[in-house]
Design a protein. Structure first.
Length: 337
């Protein structure tokens, strides 16, 4: 089975081809033949939904051509088209849906709607080999601590803890823009914080952990009002927000008794975050599985792999059109790990 995966929920348009055989998804029987993407560049203006959609529409065909060439297949060789149904920005989602729907109709193959959050978890399990982990999903728009549990008919992801306002990546992006770092986003914060680390002065910021939930907007307001130096604030933003995340995760780990912690999403690739999680996991006798860099940020392969898993497991879906606020805990699946 060859599946095309289209990702377009936020700043990235991705097109991938995955080849799969059998009922289970693993590195042995599920191969990524192509994984092409184009990312809308960050700027002081942030992301403007209409411009993101224009960007995705203008790059899609060139990415599709590249993906088919890299996979050495023709469109007629595809057995299904998977696309990211949501959550995401409405304008961007629609670009992916229109492209996927056209391909599905033209080729006469199924259109498989894929929950973007589920896809981050599934590509993590495929890439790291983690089995039934406690997953920490950290990206621009999302921050959730998740684990699979028995549902009414199948299995569903339960959200143990999550952000009550903005995602951790969005928080760091805003800090980068406010402090006018280079680049003006989370990457700028991470670079600045690394250069400052070891200068021992940790500026005090609000530390907002509510049981297993988190809030980041108070930290942002405190940074906007602070007269402390730019580098010190970037460092404090990173250290404080990561510490909050580790504390909430540790609480979920004790509650669920999971033995594996998996980090997924764009923020998961951060070395300092991984270092702090490693220390916590050693103390809790758990194994840490950070998703590899190439599958951390949004990409088409994660959509195709999850589409393959949905098809192979016989999981049914009803609505195929985009849903910008769909939650990970609103669906059940026919897999248990
Ligand atoms: Fe994402």
């Amino acid at each position: 089975m060859k599946i095309l995966g289209i990702e377009s929920t936020a700043h990235t348009i991705g097109v991938a081809v995955v080849e799969h055989e059998g009922k289970r998804i693993s590195r042995d029987n599920t191969r990524v033949l192509a994984n092409e993407l184009a990312k809308y560049p960050s700027s002081q203006a942030g992301f403007i939904p209409r411009k993101l959609a224009d960007h995705h529409a203008s790059h899609y065909h060139e990415l599709l051509k590249k993906a088919l060439a890299a996979a050495k297949i023709k469109p007629q060789d595809l057995d299904a088209i998977a696309y990211a149904q949501g959550p995401g920005l409405g304008h961007s989602l629609r670009v992916g849906f229109v492209a996927a729907n056209a391909a599905s109709k033209m080729l006469g193959v199924p259109l498989v709607p894929v929950n973007h959050t589920v896809a981050h978890v599934e590509v993590g399990k495929w890439a790291t080999g983690a089995i039934d982990p406690l997953t920490v999903y950290v990206s621009g728009g999302n921050t959730q601590i998740l684990a699979l549990e028995k549902g009414d008919e199948g299995f569903r992801y339960r959200v143990y803890g999550e952000t009550l306002d903005i995602g951790i990546g969005n928080f760091l992006d805003n800090v980068g823009r406010h402090l006018k770092l280079e680049p003006p986003d989370a990457v700028g914060v991470v670079k600045t914080a690394r250069a400052y680390a070891g200068k021992d002065n940790l500026e005090e910021l609000p530390y907002t952990v509510k049981g297993v939930d988190l809030a980041f907007s108070g930290l942002l307001t405190a940074i906007e009002r602070s007269s402390a130096g730019r580098d010190a604030l970037a460092y404090a933003a990173e250290e404080t927000s990561y510490a909050m995340l580790v504390e909430a995760t540790e609480r979920c780990l004790c509650h669920t008794n999971k033995r594996q912690v998996m980090l997924v999403g764009g923020v998961a690739q951060n070395p300092r975050l991984q270092e702090m999680f490693t220390l916590m996991c050693i103390e809790r006798n758990a194994a840490l599985h950070p998703v590899p860099r190439e599958y951390a940020g949004d990409n088409g392969a994660m959509i195709a792999i999850t589409g393959a898993k949905i098809m192979a497991s016989g999981t049914k879906w009803t609505r195929v059109t985009p849903d910008q606020s769909i939650r990970i805990d609103s669906q059940e699946f026919n897999w248990s790990d």
